[in-house]
Design a protein around this ligand. Structure first.
Ligand code: C2E
Ligand code: CA
Ligand code: CA
Ligand code: CA
Length: 281
């Protein structure tokens, strides 16, 4: 039994070793990617359901690896979070999204009334100077604070010290920046969350939108969320809208805004200028 135990341990050890190797490799190439500017942003339009016009964009990071091609954020954001590289990466994303939005505003005056949404990770939210950093980026790029919308998740807000997250969010709001609660409905404390934090918009997770046609119960849930949000003065954006049917249902439910492949996939910056010209002729 002792021998078997040892053999098993060795197998386990080899797998762990391989995983640790792969992780380390990804970490090293992430570090290099930052230095070599292998990241870029795509922008997905967000649409008002009352006007059918764009109200802004969400910036989504992409990594163009020299050998492996485009790597999805779902694959590298978790590693960036574990290693702390999300801090410099997140800074770059914020800076680039604000710079780009300001450039579009100068090119297309209509963009002055649109917002740029940027995802913030949990680690970013535990930096005491986050509001200061954001303020410097806004001043540096010349983007108005009211044109920036920061997306946070419930897990992101679940700091060891809830007060820390609350203080940081209050400071961010003080700048005039908008706040969205991302992936709403996937966690477990959603309702307390919208109560305790100064949220302007709820982003209803894709799973609700996907399942609306399956059971009227899902429609009832979405209706209840929209009603609750409205009573608290919070707007609702539905994520992952892929079909005309889903859009029609969301319109019946008086959802404020929507985002998804039905309207547009995340676009490269060059494609955004075409989109703006088409959306605001
Ligand atoms: P998220 O913030 O929930 O972003 C929405 C994701 O849904 C994006 O995936 C988007 O491409 C995808 N999506 C949009 N419309 C549809 C649709 O109609 N159907 C389907 N199936 N998917 C749709 P993406 O770009 O792969 O990003 C995945 C996640 O990675 C994001 O989820 C976010 O959590 C994270 N992420 C992306 N960029 C950043 C970033 O700059 N910073 C941080 N911290 N996280 C990021
Ligand atoms: Ca998001
Ligand atoms: Ca989301
Ligand atoms: Ca997500």
């Amino acid at each position: 039994a002792k021998a078997l135990g040892k053999a098993r341990y060795e197998v386990f050890d080899t797998t762990m070793h391989a995983q640790a190797q792969a992780r380390l490799q990804l970490e090293t190439s992430l570090r290099q990617a930052l230095e070599r500017s292998e990241f870029h942003l795509n922008y997905q339009p967000i649409i008002s359901l009352s006007t059918n016009k764009g109200i802004g964009f969400e910036a989504l990071v992409r990594w163009r690896h020299p050998d492996r091609g485009i790597i999805s954020p779902a694959d590298f954001i978790p590693v960036a979070e574990e290693t702390g590289l999300i801090i410099p990466l997140g800074q770059w994303v914020l800076q680039e999204a604000c710079r780009q939005m300001k450039a579009w505003q100068e090119q297309f005056p209509i963009c002055r009334s649109l917002t740029m949404s940027v995802n913030l990770s949990r680690q970013q939210l535990s930096q005491p100077d986050l509001a200061g950093q954001i303020d410097r980026i806004l001043k540096g790029t010349g983007l108005s604070a009211s044109c920036l919308n920061l997306e946070v998740t419930e897990t992101g807000l679940m700091n060891e010290h809830e007060e820390t997250a609350a203080t940081i969010l209050a400071e961010i709001k003080e700048l005039g920046v908008q706040l969205s609660l991302d992936d709403f409905g996937t966690g477990y404390s959603s309702l307390s969350c919208i109560h305790s934090f100064p949220i302007d918009t709820l982003k209803l997770d894709r799973s609700f939108v996907n399942n609306m046609h399956i059971a009227s119960k899902n429609m009832d849930i979405v209706r209840a969320i929209v009603t609750l949000a409205r009573s608290l003065g919070i707007k609702v954006t539905a994520e992952g809208v892929e079909t005309a049917k889903q859009l029609a249902q969301l319109q019946i439910l008086k959802c404020d805004c929507a985002q998804g492949y039905f309207f547009s996939k995340p676009l490269a910056p060059e494609a955004v200028t075409d989109w703006i010209a088409r959306n605001f002729p």
